[in-house]
Design a protein around this ligand. Structure first.
Ligand code: AMP
Length: 249
């Protein structure tokens, strides 16, 4: 079984994000970038499938600028076998990513495509669903447990009211939720080994995909600053302040 796992290069989760002065987006120059945390969970899941003997090959794919090779290298150091970079400096919206991934799927013919449930930069939560629709494949989104047996994937999904378990006929698109697993750190020997693993570079043109944007962002603004809190001496003061100042009780 072949696994394709999508890995997006995003601003590191621990960096304080700054909005550009002209409100067209966020500052990415000289900012630490890392693999999207939900994609680390995706790579970990793929590696566990391989360790269990369920998967035979893991291909990590990233779309974006040439620096996305670093993100692919991280996936290779965690245990992916090879990488594909679809290189472009153009802005990629979820629909364009889904179309590009569809073209990669046509070449690679994986049995399962694993994506994060959302990228922490745009929080779109769209790409996996769009890819499944474009491919006409079953989808297991927000998966917190995956069992594959005899061509059937059983995904436990985190939904509002609790957990939902769905049974899907392979091939499938799966998106990861936080509780699926805890991703491993790449060991130094594996980081060294990853340097020799191959990364194939393609362009959207070679894949014949129109990546033109379908939506335009009007402006990006930083959230309002939070007011400082106050310490209260006891429960009576808390109740008085909630009643008299906040007016919530
Ligand atoms: P989104 O729909 O933007 O929230 O992204 C959901 C998931 O799609 C991410 O966690 C990635 O697995 C995948 N994805 C989105 N954009 C890219 C990209 N440029 N390169 C690789 N994977 C991506």
């Amino acid at each position: 079984m072949k696994v394709l796992v999508a890995v997006k290069r995003v601003i590191d989760a621990y960096v304080k994000v700054r909005v550009k002065a002209d409100q067209t987006g966020v500052e990415t120059a000289n900012v630490k970038m890392s693999m999207n945390p939900f994609d680390e969970i995706g790579v970990e899941q793929a590696v566990r499938l391989k360790e269990a003997g369920t998967a035979s090959e893991i291909v990590a794919v990233s779309l974006g600028a040439s620096q996305c090779q670093e993100t692919i290298r991280t996936a290779l150091a965690m245990g992916a076998d090879r990488g594909i970079l679809v290189e472009t400096d153009a802005e990629l919206q979820p629909l364009a990513v889904a179309k590009l991934l569809k073209a990669v799927v046509a070449d690679e013919k994986p049995d399962i495509v694993i994506l994060g449930k959302q990228a922490i930069d745009d929080d779109s939560n769209q790409t996996g669903q769009m890819l499944a629709a474009l491919l006409g494949w079953a989808q297991g989104t927000f998966t917190s447990k995956l069992v594959i047996d005899d061509g059937i994937a059983t995904c436990t999904r985190e939904v509002d009211g609790g957990l939902e378990t769905v049974s899907l006929k392979m091939p499938i698109v799966m998106t990861t939720d936080l509780r699926l697993n805890e991703p491993r750190y790449a060991s130094l020997p594996n980081i060294m080994k990853a340097k020799r693993k191959p990364i194939d570079v393609k362009t959207p043109d070679e894949l014949g995909v129109d990546i033109g944007p379908r939506i335009s962002v009007l402006k990006v603004v930083a959230p309002a600053k939070r007011e400082a809190g106050v310490k209260v001496a006891d429960a009576a003061e808390l109740v008085a302040r909630l009643r008299d100042e906040a007016g919530v009780i």
